[in-house]
Design a binder for this molecule. Structure first.
Ligand code: NAD
Ligand code: UDP
Length: 320
């Protein structure tokens, strides 16, 4: 297939490009570098199965030649207001990537009668009142909360994707991605994995927002990409959760990272107030992914963190 991947210079987008090329597809990567980096695609320079187009997906998209599939991953993704790359500091760009970007990419799929896959998120469940979260849960989102620029853009994107499927008959898929980590995460986007690993490698205390009792369920990037690839090849049009169901409190997560890295500095607690509606619990129910895609994650948290540390260490100049 000739596949358009938006957000190609980002963390997930770049891994997706690698996997698709490895499977024998031709990939057209698109990105405007607002939160991504050309470094993530440097290894693909000169690859005959890869073409890069620098473009903002909020504007009309032109792709040279035939397109068989469109994977829309372009969007800021970090909620941290302490980082200039956090979506609360890019509120209009985030809403445009989710709304106009989804409209434009669906337009490409419609023009080419191509398959379409939307990168949605566990954030559409908001601060959930059901636990763990099944795809049938409608969510608990404040439409004007600080995180709403991301949550509501993704909810709109899902609704628009289903509208194109139902009204125009486009062959769409929706993946609801839960917290994923691994090499190529931006060091300064303020997400918990880059923050904690860098602090641990510097032997500084890990900054916990709030009391650390909030939970997340962390998936290693290779597991996630496998699930997404299986979804692309499936005929499933309804949303599918992809994530690792192993739930941990943020305090336990910090302690795990300190233990693996050998950081004696412990943790420090910071007020959670600026984060506003930080979800208190998050864990995917992956029954549908298991049944429909025969997929489940294989890589444990300890192993995934071990695989991620060398990337951060190298980017920080601590190793070659
Ligand atoms: P990322 O910031 O590393 O990647 C996003 C990429 O999109 C960046 O390269 C950025 O420059 C690009 N981009 C943003 N707006 C754009 C625009 N208007 N035009 C062109 N390119 C644009 O983040 P990520 O973690 O790789 O997330 C990728 C996708 O997966 C996002 O849609 C995000 O919502 C979704 N997601 C990620 C996670 C996760 O845990 N990583 C969880 C849920 C959903
Ligand atoms: N968090 C933290 N310290 C940090 C960064 C994040 O305690 O330095 C917490 C944050 O409050 C949230 C969790 O870690 O409860 C995950 O945050 P992240 O920004 O990675 O993404 P989210 O899951 O909230 O979208």
């Amino acid at each position: 297939m000739r596949i358009l991947v938006t957000g190609a210079a980002g963390f997930l987008g770049s891994h997706l490009c690698d996997r698709l090329i490895k499977e024998g597809h031709f990939v057209i990567g698109m990105d405007n570098f607002i939160t991504g980096s050309p470094d993530n695609l440097a290894h693909l320079a000169g690859n005959p199965n890869f073409l890069f187009i620098r473009h903002d997906v909020s504007n009309f998209i032109f792709v040279p030649g035939k397109v068989d599939a469109v994977l829309h991953f372009a969007s800021p993704a970090s909620p941290n207001p302490n980082s200039p790359y956090g979506y609360t500091n890019l509120p209009i760009q985030t809403m445009k990537a989710g709304a106009l970007g989804t409209h434009n990419t669906l337009g490409v799929a419609r023009a080419h009668r191509a398959k379409y896959l939307l990168a949605s998120t566990s954030e559409i469940y908001g601060d959930p009142l059901e636990h763990p979260q099944k795809e049938s849960y409608w969510g608990h989102v404040d439409p004007i909360g600080v995180r709403s620029v991301y949550d509501e853009a993704k909810r709109f994107a899902e609704a628009l994707t289903m509208a194109y499927h139902r009204y125009h008959g486009i062959d769409t898929r929706i993946v609801r991605i839960f917290n994923t980590y691994g090499p190529r995460m931006r060091l300064d986007d303020g997400r918990v994995v880059p923050n904690f690993i860098q602090q641990a490698l510097r032997h500084e205390p890990l900054t916990i927002y709030g009391d650390g009792s909030q939970t997340r369920s962390f998936c290693y990037v290779d597991d996630l990409i496998e699930g997404i690839y299986r979804l692309l090849l499936s005929d499933e049009h309804n949303p599918v959760n992809i994530g690792n169901p192993t739930e941990t409190t943020i305090l336990e997560f910090a302690q795990t990272i300190n233990q693996i890295v050998g950081n004696p500095a412990g943790v420090v607690f910071q007020p959670a107030s600026r984060l506003g509606d930080d979800p208190q619990r998050r864990q995917p129910d992956i029954t549908r992914a298991r049944q429909i895609l025969k997929w489940e994650p294989k890589i444990s948290l300890a192993e995934g963190i071990q695989r991620t540390i060398p990337y951060f260490s190298q980017k920080m100049g601590l190793s070659s």
